[in-house]
Design a protein around this ligand. Structure first.
Ligand code: F6R
Length: 243
């Protein structure tokens, strides 16, 4: 629990910096799982600052958690666009090393596209560090309530609360896509280290449920309790419902 989101982000940026520096020195890649949304923006700002200070991302490979289904990478609300704007365009990462699920995969090719995404992660050596936010439904990635701990990358239907929370970005709930492609809970749990970030009072209830209630499909983030190396990094407001 940190006094501010900035301090929490410094802690996570330090962990990323340490690993990337160590791998760079050994001439090896670092594989990062990344999230979008408002929560990781400060972390990405800090990583940009560190890149400007000399940390190279040329050996970093990234896989994003999710993408809205039906949006192309240049749609202003697509998660590919978000990542370009908030991080990739400001660091020296190689474009071919950045991966975001394909929101335009044809319906009959989605299954294959999702298994290709999983295969690419495996071929890269698996995720070293996964960054997560959390939705008010308890989702991680877009694994809404009902998602099991074994779930893998797939096409999902978004919860109505998630669509309502996204309505402002899309200028109206009716414009928010109904489906998304997301890494599964099982995909996320395969990461060697996980940092879940959450700021503000609006996340307090779901943080308490994720950490303190028995793991269940009604709060998919609660399955993180079973991960051997997962840290929830929260500010005081997001921690305010913890007992
Ligand atoms: C984003 C993602 C989602 C968000 C969550 C919180 O890639 O997978 O799980 O992390 O919806 O969103 P914000 O940070 O906007 O509150």
């Amino acid at each position: 629990i940190y006094p501010s989101a900035d301090q929490a982000c410094t802690y996570v940026a330090d962990a990323i910096t340490d690993l990337v520096s160590e791998r760079n020195a050994a001439g090896q890649p670092t594989v990062l799982g990344l999230a979008t949304g408002s929560t990781p923006v400060r972390l990405y700002r800090e990583l940009i600052r560190r890149c400007q200070a000399g940390l190279s991302f040329q050996r970093v490979i990234t896989f994003n958690l999710d993408e809205y289904y039906g949006l192309s990478g240049d749609h202003p609300e697509s998660y590919r666009r978000f990542m370009q704007d908030q991080l990739f365009d400001h660091i020296d990462i190689l474009p071919e090393n950045t991966h975001v699920p394909d929101g335009l995969a044809a319906k009959d090719e989605v299954f294959e596209s999702c298994s290709d995404y999983e295969a690419a992660m495996r071929e890269a050596g698996g995720l070293d560090i996964q960054i997560l936010g959390i939705g008010r439904t308890g989702h991680i990635g877009f694994n809404e309530p009902g998602s099991g701990p074994e779930s893998r990358t797939r096409l999902v239907t978004l919860d109505s609360l998630t669509r309502r929370d996204a309505a402002r970005d899309f200028l109206g709930e009716e414009n928010v896509p109904r489906h998304a492609i997301t890494m599964g809970v099982g995909t996320i749990l395969d990461a060697r280290q996980i940092f879940l970030l959450a700021w503000g009072e609006a996340k307090a209830r779901v943080i308490a449920e994720s950490v303190e209630a028995p793991p269940s499909e009604s709060i998919p983030a609660s399955f993180l309790q079973g991960h051997p190396n997962c840290v929830f990094c929260v500010d005081e407001a997001a921690a305010s419902h913890l007992t």
